[in-house]
Design a protein around this ligand. Structure first.
Ligand code: B4P
Length: 192
């Protein structure tokens, strides 16, 4: 079983690259951002609460996203593996994921961290904001806040996975295809 944490700041290309991995390695893609946007679209109570935070570029509470991932894992007991995209985003989430994966007997295989320059992140998100309708992509100050939240709450996970010898840095600048090849090379190594 292969369990990949696809990691990086907002706009690093996590969702984009997850699509390639799903096609090539038949893994289940779990994006907490996508699940939350689904809740917002369905106008559930959870979605309405999450929207207020997401619109400001803040994180949704740990217990909410951990509960979402837990139910997805339970619903996919026979999976060949998972790509976690946008999760974990805090040390508490990473610890919870380790506990949840004990139930499968297969821990996180590796954390693949996409490294992208800050100005490129901002450009990509503003560009997406023109077509996506995502309110968190349309305002430079909200994007700035998302990057600050990443640096403060999410970047410490790099050390968390380094200590477990599971950290892999991926150059995230370049074309989508070039980056996909870099990721595939690491995934192939993890599988061997
Ligand atoms: P996410 O949906 O995870 O949003 P994101 O960080 O912006 O990443 P995304 O996957 O969408 O973008 P990508 O880098 O692929 O989270 C949204 C919000 O949900 C968070 O702010 C938070 O509020 C909440 N949330 C989600 N998970 C949570 C958690 N675990 N805990 C708490 N709260 C949580 O790509 C961005 C753009 O770049 C795309 O338009 C793409 O086309 C473009 N791009 C990608 N690669 C490129 C390349 N090589 N060259 C040029 N453009 C490229």
């Amino acid at each position: 079983m292969l369990n990949i944490v696809l990691f990086g700041p907002p706009g690093a290309g996590k969702g984009t690259q997850a699509d390639f991995l799903v096609d090539n390695f038949q893994l289940i893609h779990l994006s907490t951002g996508d699940i939350l946007r689904g809740e917002i679209a369905a106008e559930t109570e959870l979605g309405l609460k999450a929207k207020t935070l997401m619109d400001k570029g803040e994180l949704v509470p740990d217990e909410v996203v951990i509960g979402m991932i837990e139910s997805k894992l339970k619903a996919n007991k026979d999976a060949k593996g998972f790509i976690f995209d946008g999760f974990p985003r805090t040390v508490a989430q990473a610890k919870a994921l380790d506990e949840l994966l004990k139930g499968f007997g297969h821990p996180v295989s590796g954390m693949l961290a996409l490294e992208v320059e800050k100005q490129e992140l901002i450009n990509r998100l503003l560009e997406r904001g023109k077509v996506s309708g995502r309110s968190d992509d349309q305002d430079a100050s909200i994007i700035e806040n998302r990057i600050n939240v990443y640096n403060e709450k999410t970047a410490p996970l790099i050390d968390f996975y380094k200590k477990q010898d599971k950290f892999y840095s991926i150059e995230g600048m370049g074309t989508i295809e070039e980056i996909a090849r870099r990721i595939e090379a690491v995934v192939a190594k993890l599988m061997s």
